[in-house]
Design a protein around this ligand. Structure first.
Ligand SMILES: [Zn+2]
Length: 244
């Protein structure tokens, strides 16, 4: 299958000129982005259409959202200055590509378990960053692992909250919000969890990007290895968040 067509839908409160501006920008980078995603996940596109629903700014930490069961519908909030954040789109589109392959493979349950959500988010964000670096968007030249871990924490809490049908308290959604941004005052456990996770990610992604380039792996295969390698998020949360 070729790369999918993207259709944009805008809520009434999104200014028409802002969505128009973005559509024009998309025409210049969209195909490159979709091709790079396929290249870095090693997985073909499974459908010929993806819908992006543009929504007004919401004040939330997370600008993009997909229901794992509907990987072809991306919800996208504009930034406070009414722009589209390209790194967010890249992240969500990597999810679309990986999740739709799981659906077609009847292995859907593999990515709804608590432990797997964290690995899934890390993998998605690292591939998305690589895509952005390759096509020259977002201004980064190297993978920012600490940000991937931070983003992984926030989105994992949100996704797990949705899976278990519970609205997580604000202070559990983000560890930074719970302990403040000053790393020195954060608990030792957090620092070492981050440090170990970062080291594992660095070595995992070095192998991964080489192997996917050589056609020896894809994002689904590599995810298992990542789940095995990173420290256990559930153990960590149990220790640090709930029993302190
Ligand atoms: Zn995500």
């Amino acid at each position: 299958m070729d790369i999918p067509t993207i259709r944009f839908f805008r809520s009434r409160s999104v200014p028409k000129e802002d969505s128009q501006k973005f559509r024009e920008y998309w025409t210049s980078v969209g195909n490159d982005l979709l091709k790079s995603v396929e290249k870095y996940t090693g997985l073909r596109w499974k459908r010929d259409r993806i819908s992006i629903h543009m929504k007004p700014e919401s004040g939330a930490d997370i600008l993009g959202w997909i229901e794992p069961s509907k990987p072809y519908d991306i919800m996208l909030h504009l930034t406070p200055d009414n722009r589209v954040n390209m790194s967010t789109i890249a992240h969500e589109i990597v999810h679309t590509n990986i999740w739709s392959n799981y659906m077609d493979d009847l292995r859907w349950k593999e990515i709804t378990l608590f432990e797997d959500v964290f690995a899934d988010e890390l993998l998605t964000e690292i591939i998305a960053q690589k895509v952005c670096i390759r096509i020259g968007i977002g201004g980064r030249r190297r993978i920012h692992y600490s940000w991937a871990i931070q983003y992984g924490f926030i989105t994992t809490f949100l996704r797990v909250g949705r899976i278990i049908g519970l609205e997580l308290p604000e202070n559990l959604r983000s560890l930074e919000r719970r302990w403040g941004v000053d790393r020195r005052t954060q608990p030792r456990g957090l620092k070492s969890f981050r440090g170990v996770t970062r080291d594992k990610l660095v070595s995992w992604s070095r192998d991964y990007f080489r192997e996917v380039r050589e056609g020896k792996t894809n994002a689904m295969e590599a995810r298992r290895k990542l789940v095995e390698n990173i420290p256990s998020l559930s153990d960590y949360l149990g220790r640090e968040l709930f029993f302190r």
